[in-house]
Design a protein around this ligand. Sequence first.
Ligand SMILES: [Zn+2]
Length: 267
Amino acid sequence: MDSAGDTSLLLSLEDVTPVHEENAQGRSPFLLSCDHYGRLIPRALGDLGLEASELTRHIAWDIGIAEVAEALSNHLGAHLVAQRYSRLVIDCNRPPGAPASIPRISEATVIPGNEGLSREAAEARRRAIFDPYHRRIREIIDQRLSDAVPTVLVSLHSFTPVYAGIARPWHIGTLYHRDPKLPPLLLKWLRAEPDLVVGDNEPYAVSDETDYTIPVHGEARGLMNSGIEIRQDLIADQSGQQQWAERLARIFSEIELALRAQGALLA
Ligand SMILES: [Zn+2]
């Protein structure tokens, strides 16, 4: 695989397109994005030099979130746009060029296929995977704004229960930076659930240096927005995924009503 990463046409006809969508005609104000939905690797990149067991771990994708995102999209009638390729190929929630964009090491795992990558090979990953995904999100938002469809961006993620040896107590966290409207409502409704430990910008906060989707598609476009992180052990199986999708659908429906009552969803 030494020169395979240098191809300018990274995806072949046997590779699927990077962008996955559900409920594109949905009428919900919530636009769902899922940057770490999939763990595919373009055929030209082989296995990136990793064991199969590494490619199913949280370093490759956000475990459980794909099913939660799809079920939530169906419950709400909300347009979901998702990225099918692994964050180890190129992380679609990192600014291109940032060290974590194409990680050489993820947690304690060295990614051999990302070592010594040429500028051209990095560019090829961006053009094949990162660019089409973000171009599509931009187009969807452009269309909604031009059709005067109220739009609230919600970016869905999951986090590993133990990171670098430390157990994380939260069941779910909100991630935000500049939006003053949606995050407080989301925190209020999540905290009203008696069984939940809710993180406020935990286990991560959003920043321009470490994130892409929220700063670029949410904040820069003036949309209400928040990220959500769900702990992976809670959504590791179908029953957990369905329960969390139902819970979030109920909460987002309440939030939609609250926003409408505030006049915040007027076109
Ligand atoms: Zn993620």
